[in-house]
Design a protein around this ligand. Structure first.
Ligand code: COA
Length: 399
């Protein structure tokens, strides 16, 4: 009979994120090679772990074709030099793919079926523009199962502005500007770099080495943001300055049972406490993290006030603001996105969930007074995903 065990987040890494498109640093780099880089980096950072002891590799991508096809977890594991005895699989829950890779394999650990897993995600939005090649079932529209607007994420963000008039463009712009400023400050303090795996890349002008995110705009001002076009609707409120940019990048995390962590001398950076996924109306998908967080908190027996640090994916400023309003939190709540977020760093869809976790894990080290943290994100077609984590540096950990 398998024993249940704690699920430990031992380590998390990512590639620097690049801008999608032919001006992006990874335009000539394969998506699967980005995933491979993160797995190799993760294993190099944890040399006491024998590679053959990895029980499974789950890598998420939203578009699973071309250089993101062929069952990524398996192909990336082989390419990363893991023994052929180590299995792997691909996973998809659009933006929450990487998060779902973590919760799914983490559940396998909790149930005693795995000791060590690698879970992550990759999205090369330059090679795989959102929605390209998809063939939605016509019933979605003919039977009015979803509003046509729900198929375009920017439109769903505009719908949130419509639904909640208090969520003004000015608030979204300010949130976007603050994200840029916080990321710049986090880089200046060296908070982000320690979990980046440098990636060499080739452009028309030669080789380069990526050591930081390409899309940051630290010089952002409110005046500059006010002048931007609203690409999703004439006189709309969503712009390139208050939305996450199209991004290429990959992430990977190492999760173990408490037994395996002890065996290999690995220290946990976080313990998984609970998780929740939830569905909402697809045309306002950005509110998805509200019910998923309520579910995750209920599963943990905690309330929102127990959460001391929040890593919320900034798909769009307006959807983070809708979360903050719902829970009665300020736009600039000091517990939320300490080091900025996806508006400045980028959001390579399926990769982002593990970026949130990696950053929360680092913040836990710096904040031993915080016991619980939350990672949460919205998901296309109307979903949210949330995971509650415990800080091993807190005095009450394990008590
Ligand atoms: C919003 C979006 C359409 C913008 O795409 P884009 O036009 O290619 O974006 P760009 O980076 O070229 O920015 C557009 C313009 O805004 C400017 N800009 C962007 N951010 C800025 C900032 N913070 N400050 C000032 N100017 C800024 C750019 O310089 C550019 O100016 P230009 O047209 O004079 O060159 C795209 O980023 C998008 O679709 N984002 C959402 C992605 C998404 O849906 N993800 C899934 C979430 S669920």
């Amino acid at each position: 009979m398998a024993e249940t065990t704690d699920v430990l987040f031992v380590d998390g890494v990512r590639t620097p994120f690049g801008r999608a498109g032919d001006k992006g640093i990874y335009w000539n780099t394969r998506a699967d090679d980005l995933a491979v880089k993160t797995i190799v980096g993760l294993l190099e950072r944890n040399p006491s772990l024998p590679k053959e002891r990895v029980d499974d590799v789950a890598i998420a991508a939203t578009t699973q074709q071309g250089d993101q096809g062929l069952t990524l977890g398996r192909t990336a594991a082989i390419l990363a030099g893991l023994p052929t005895t180590v299995p792997g699989f691909a996973i998809d829950r659009m933006c929450a793919g990487g998060m779902t890779a973590v919760t799914t394999t983490g559940s396998g650990i909790a149930f005693g079926q795995y000791d060590v897993v690698i879970a992550g995600g990759v999205e090369h939005m330059g090679h795989h523009p959102m929605g390209q090649g998809v063939d939605p079932n016509p019933r979605f529209l003919t039977e009015k199962l979803v509003d046509p607007a729900a198929l375009n994420m920017g439109n769903t963000a505009e719908r949130l502005h419509d639904r909640f008039p208090d969520l003004t463009k000015e608030r979204s712009d300010r949130f976007g500007m603050r994200s840029q400023q916080k990321v710049a400050a986090a880089y200046a303090e060296g908070n982000i770099q320690s979990d980046l795996i440098p990636v060499s890349y080739r452009t028309e002008t030669g080789w380069g080495l990526a050591t930081e995110d390409q899309g940051m705009r630290p010089e952002t001002t409110m005046e500059g943001l006010a002048a931007l076009k609203t690409p999703f609707r004439p006189h709309g409120r969503v712009t390139a300055g208050n939305a996450s940019p199209l991004t290429d990048g990959a992430t990977a995390a190492l999760l173990t049972s408490s037994r395996a962590a002890k065996e290999f001398g690995l220290s946990p950076k976080m313990r998984m406490v609970s998780f929740g996924f939830a569905g909402v109306e697809p045309e306002v998908m950005g509110i998805g993290p509200i019910p998923s967080t309520e579910r995750a908190l209920k599963n943990a027996g905690l309330s929102i006030d127990d959460i001391g640090l929040f890593e919320l994916n900034e798909a769009f400023a307006v959807q983070v603001l809708s979360f903050l309003d719902h829970f009665g939190m300020d736009d600039d709540d000091p517990r939320v996105n300490l080091w900025g977020g996806a508006i400045a760093i980028g959001h390579p869809l399926a990769a982002s969930g593990v970026r949130l976790m990696t950053q929360l894990a680092r913040q836990f080290e710096q904040h031993p007074e915080v016991r619980y943290g939350l990672t949460a994100m919205c998901v296309g077609l109307g979903q949210g995903g949330s995971v509650v984590w415990e800080n091993p540096h807190h005095a009450k950990y394990g008590k």
